[in-house]
Design a protein around this ligand. Structure first.
Ligand code: NAD
Ligand code: UD1
Length: 334
């Protein structure tokens, strides 16, 4: 089976490429390298022995995307490509709608033209908005109370896929709602290496630990949680990548939606302690005001993916911290 990974040189796409190649799938990657580097292809080769064919193409460049499909003969698309900086999406909403929604429309048009009928889409727990409860299940209503344009684009694309599915009974879409991906490949070759200033917790912890950021700002310690700090469901990126292989094996007509998370919440203070334990170093931090739009606590109910996909997370926060530190050593040496 031949699979096109849009955004495949990015953080989650590259780890998924490795799992797909190790399971015998043929992989090609399309990416505009806006938030990733071409050297990721060499790193994938170091791990798997295979360097995927690469198309340096922007999804907004319709003729170029069409060409990739005309030559590709793909059986399925995994669609990771997108912009994901929540803060920037508030400042530049048009850029986010154009890139994420516009890029997906171009992709779906090219898939239709080339009769490629299967897609796995990278969605986010952000589509749940504020449900008033911490544990999130797939059948909850989505799209209400989303606090930023990035999250809106994920919701809109989910709806888009449902509408395309309504119009074509052969269309197969699997929507994967990721919780909070962390960690790196155990080889140390792949990890999260954003080109821009990160705004998620783990990449900020990484930058603080190597001295690129002075200290971590903890956004509030007065939430109604175990220690007052925000609680999230941090999933090791390799477990997440494996979830894609599991999803692929169970695809069928229509739209299927799965949470990919561990089912367990971890607080910011617990994340700081886990990083300090793994690195043997103190992580400087200060408690500041709550971040607007943040929820106190959210975590996945992963039962549907556990049962229907026969997929379970295997790696812990400790594994994620050790792998992140190993990856940091690798990039420091480069
Ligand atoms: P990433 O930025 O590392 O990877 C995304 C890749 O898409 C990048 O390599 C970027 O260059 C590419 N890209 C962006 N716009 C493109 C375009 N128009 N044409 C071609 N390539 C383009 O991000 P990631 O963390 O690997 O996330 C992958 C997907 O998962 C994204 O859609 C993201 O929104 C979603 N997601 C991520 C998280 C997270 O916390 N990392 C959580 C939930 C959902
Ligand atoms: C954020 C986004 C969400 C997006 C997700 C994954 C917001 C409001 N939400 O969610 O839309 O889908 O990232 O990309 O931006 N924290 C700190 N200090 C920091 C950074 C984070 O204390 O410098 C805390 C947060 O308050 C939160 C936890 O760490 O409690 C995790 O934050 P983050 O990694 O940004 O993820 P989410 O808040 O889940």
């Amino acid at each position: 089976m031949k699979i096109l990974l849009t955004g495949g040189t990015g953080y989650i796409g590259s780890h998924t490429a490795v799992e797909l190649l190790e399971n015998g799938y043929e992989v090609e990657i399309l990416d505009n390298l806006f938030n990733s580097k071409k050297t990721v292809l060499d790193d994938i080769e170091k791990i798997t022995g295979i360097k995927p064919k690469f198309h340096e193409v922007d999804l907004l460049d319709m003729p170029a995307v069409e060409k990739v499909f005309e030559e590709g003969n793909f059986d399925l698309v995994m669609h990771f490509a997108g912009l994901k900086a929540v803060g920037e999406s508030v400042e530049k909403p048009l850029k986010y709608y154009e890139n994420n929604v516009g890029g997906t429309i171009n992709l779906l048009k090219c898939m239709e033209k080339s009769r490629v009928k299967r897609i796995v889409f990278s969605s986010s727990a952000t589509v749940y908005g504020n449900q008033g409860v911490a544990e999130l299940t797939e059948e909850m209503q989505t799209g209400v109370g989303i606090t930023n344009p990035y999250g809106e684009t994920k919701h809109i694309i989910e709806e888009l896929l449902k509408d395309v599915s309504e119009s074509d009974s052969e269309f197969e879409a699997t929507i994967l709602r990721y919780f909070n991906p962390v960690g790196a490949h155990s080889s140390g070759f792949l990890g999260e290496d954003p080109n821009d200033i990160p705004n998620n917790l783990m990449p900020i912890i990484m930058k603080v630990s190597i001295g690129e950021i002075k200290e971590l700002s903890v956004y509030g310690d007065d939430y109604d949680t175990i220690d007052g700090t925000g609680v999230r469901d941090y999933i090791h990126v390799v477990d997440l990548a494996k979830g894609h292989v599991a999803a692929l094996k169970k695809m069928g007509p229509g739209v299927s939606i799965y949470n990919l998370g561990t089912g367990k919440g971890t607080s910011v203070f617990e994340m700081i302690s886990a990083f300090e334990k793994a690195s043997g170093k103190k992580l400087p931090y200060k408690v500041v005001e709550r971040r607007p739009g943040d929820l106190a606590e959210m975590y996945a109910n992963p039962n549907k993916a556990n049962q229907e996909l026969d997929w379970h997370t295997e790696l812990s926060i400790e594994d994620a911290m050790n792998d992140t530190i190993n990856y940091l050593r690798h990039i420091e040496k480069k």
